[in-house]
Design a protein around this ligand. Structure first.
Ligand SMILES: [Zn+2]
Length: 526
């Protein structure tokens, strides 16, 4: 009996590997797989290689404990094949193991001992093979993730190249040199804080003329350097009595404003100058409407501070992009006003630094109220909520506006921040006109990126479809004029100071549209 004899003693097999004769000694406990692995080791190949043995006549010799002994003069010729990485290879290897197992159980070995050894050996072998397969599956999975990452990197690089080819206008030029604590609020690890203890932006002496002009919607916001804008904002807090109201440390006010400025990005539109514009318009409306007669100093502080914070760390791509591209912000805020939630979170992250907290000296209850009110106002600046907020406001006017009612005041404040946020067209043409280019530039950046990433593109952002007048006419007629007319019902002065300039702007764009040659006919003529 062959099987019996293999148990009796060790067996020497001679192999011819690449012209060299090698000797292996098989112990009586060696199974087929051990012999296979031993040959693989002698041949210097992986144990997962396929191995074929042939005798001197070219006949195939099965690799098994019962294989015939041979002599050094007639070694078995060894040929090996490296396993392929394709799945078919794994399937083949697996089939092989299975067939070996089946074979093992259909043959009925004569001795129980042998069977025990064989089963254990097969178990171990199967476990090893499964481990290898699992590891390979894991590696394949990792590879897929790596490929996805590479794709994203390539898309980012493409986008950077695209941007570098364009002229990029830095509207927030000349950041103060002494401030280096740039913070990207998208990463939570970094804390917002100032590097220098006391900010030293030059103290500007504002002329009486400037101080009066600052209260007008006609104020030229392009005339001022970033440092000057900081001084003008600082002045507003002093002039409105907010420094006294909240017992603000004047140095804290400077530090806070610097920190806010540092956390606006250099977007074509949503930058620190936009923040300044919105705040200046709010300051103008507070004076035009004498809002201190209708609301508290605390309310005025909430209005002004919300304007300053309302677009903090804006990335230059709107909510639709955030949601469609499934950005970190969209995920964090579950697609619900991701940007506005972020602006607000950054605002309070800045205020969480005691050295930048302008409300540090207010008591807990006041701080709580301010926080709730600011959150409400910043979240109201999402244009997706325009209809809802305007309907609520109009309903309250129809009922007879009650300035004593907290809810009425909240709605009014929401409408006021909305007005200021989109008030560029209220300004004189020389001031408002460059903003349209800035906005279109930011829109085109977004639509270019959306096209590159295969995301939906809004027609009003598409450089192929939009012109300056078409972009503005609908917006002025259907959003701006109705909104300011509604506010004018409560504050009649708004009609002359804000609605009238809007009508002029609308007429100007309509004239521009009539006189400009449409793109399509221009192409036909060529
Ligand atoms: Zn804004």
């Amino acid at each position: 009996m062959g099987n019996g004899s293999s148990l009796d003693s060790s067996k020497t097999i001679y192999l011819s590997i690449a012209g060299k004769t090698e000797k292996i000694v098989l112990s009586r406990l060696c199974g087929s797989r051990d012999i296979h692995d031993l040959i693989a080791q002698a041949a210097g190949v992986s144990r997962y290689s396929e191995i074929t043995l042939r005798d001197s006549d070219g006949a195939l010799i099965p690799i098994s404990p019962s294989m015939a002994k041979n002599l050094p003069s007639s070694p078995y010729e060894v040929t090996t094949t490296t396993p392929s990485l394709a799945n078919a290879g794994d399937g083949e290897a697996f089939k092989q193991v299975l067939s070996q197992v089946t074979e093992q159980f259909t043959q009925s070995p004569n001795m129980d001992m042998l069977r025990v050894f064989k089963v254990d050996e097969m178990k171990l072998d199967l476990t090893n093979r499964i481990n290898v397969l699992e590891r390979r599956l894991e590696l394949e999975g990792l590879k897929a993730v790596e490929i996805e990452k590479c794709r994203r990197d390539i898309s980012d690089i493409k986008y950077q190249i695209l941007n570098s080819q364009k002229k990029v206008i830095d509207f927030n030029n000349m950041r103060p040199m002494y401030y280096t604590g740039y913070y990207s609020a998208l990463s939570d690890e970094r804390k917002i804080s100032l590097k220098r203890d006391v900010p030293l932006y030059p103290k500007y002496t504002l002329s009486q003329e400037t101080v009066n002009y600052l209260k007008q919607p006609t104020f030229d916001i392009w005339d001022w350097e970033p440092n000057e804008m900081l001084s003008l904002l600082e002045h507003m807090y002093h002039e409105l009595g907010l420094v006294t109201e909240f017992n603000i440390n004047p140095i804290t006010l400077k530090r806070w404003l610097l920190c806010v400025q540092e956390n606006y990005r250099n977007n074509p539109f949503h930058n620190f100058r936009h923040c300044f514009c919105v705040t200046q318009m709010m300051y103008g409306m507070i004076h035009l409407c004498k809002l201190w007669e209708k609301m508290s100093r605390e309310d005025l502080g909430v209005l002004l501070t919300s304007c300053i914070c309302h677009d903090l760390d804006h990335p230059g791509y709107n909510n639709t992009y955030q949601i469609n591209a499934r950005t970190e912000l969209a995920i964090r805020y579950n697609d619900i006003s991701p940007l506005e939630n972020h602006h607000c979170a950054v605002a309070f992250k800045i205020l969480s630094n005691p050295e930048c907290n302008i409300f540090a000296n207010t008591d807990k209850e006041v701080y709580k109220r301010i926080r709730a009110a600011m959150t409400l106002l910043i979240l109201a600046s999402d244009m997706a909520r325009h209809g809802e907020i305007m309907d609520c406001f109009k309903a309250k006017i129809e009922l007879g506006f009650d300035y004593q009612d907290k809810e009425y005041l909240e709605t009014l404040k929401m409408v006021l921040i909305k007005c200021c946020d989109i008030s560029n067209e209220v300004r004189p043409m020389e001031v408002s006109d460059p903003w349209v280019d800035c906005l279109l530039e930011e829109y085109f950046n977004q639509s270019d990126r959306e096209k590159m990433e295969g995301l939906p593109v809004a027609p009003f952002m598409d450089r192929e479809k939009v012109t300056k007048p078409t972009a503005q006419i609908g917006f002025i007629k259907f959003v701006l004029i109705p909104m300011f007319e509604t506010v004018a019902q409560l504050f009649p002065i708004i009609d002359k100071t804000m609605v009238e300039p809007l009508r002029i702007a609308r007429d100007r764009y309509e004239h521009m549209k009539e006189t400009s040659v449409p793109n399509t006919s221009a192409k036909k003529d060529e």
